[in-house]
Design a protein around this ligand. Sequence first.
Ligand SMILES: C[S@@+](CC[C@H](N)C(=O)[O-])C[C@H]1O[C@@H](n2cnc3c(N)ncnc32)[C@H](O)[C@@H]1O
Length: 242
Amino acid sequence: MTYVTEWGRRAADLYASDYARRYRQHDEELSHVEAYRAFCEWLRDICGRFRKPIDVLDLGCGTGRYFAALKNVNELVGLDASGPMLAEAANPVGADRITAKTIHLVEGDALTHRFLPDSFDLIYSIGVLAEHTPFDNRIVNSVASWLRPGGRFAFTTVHPDSASIPKTPGRTLGHAALPFSPKPIRHWLHTKLTAGGQYADEALIVERLGQRFSIESIVRLESEAHLHCLCVAIREGDVPAR
Ligand SMILES: C[S@@+](CC[C@H](N)C(=O)[O-])C[C@H]1O[C@@H](n2cnc3c(N)ncnc32)[C@H](O)[C@@H]1O
């Protein structure tokens, strides 16, 4: 990759060959994991909301463990910063159940990669934003440009109350003080607790998505790893959803 941020580089370093192989092996054991099934169900349901076949981007696709969950898909693009994860995604779990007409795997940094405007009907991202890469304005601006009007952005974040986040004294104090703080201090504390988009709760998601998206749903889901927010947002625009 020629143009990567520190986040893209970190991801590429972390998801190196050995880890990618273990990650892919673990994919084979997921079919009975409740959270995995819930994520698959969530995606399948979102695909079903479109009335015509759709073009889809999996942002941070990893080993492609959700490819088989999709339905109603013409072109599927998987973007990831890690070459070894993409190499595993060439032979993803449940390959015989994948119905996408074409799959194109692209090595790139979600924060800097360019797709043409209006390229996709659905962009989804699981286990990436506000977890490995900040959920920030760069991502929101790119996704808003890459989505067709009426298209959907479905993504997970790690909620700042997740038990997986180390309870430092500062976080514990900040969390306790939040409900009692006056508005400007509450905003500052909230910014600290969400660490510039490295974690994201409902309020941060709504704020970041701004006027260009309308929120279809935000729910919480506890996986074996984290407390997540699952958000589906619709890109505002003149053209109705397909
Ligand atoms: C926890 S894995 C999730 C993979 C897949 N979405 C899944 O749910 O199995 C995180 C993935 O995001 C990728 N990633 C993290 N930050 C990225 C970035 N800035 N650009 C592209 N990929 C990124 C990593 O390389 C890794 O494959």
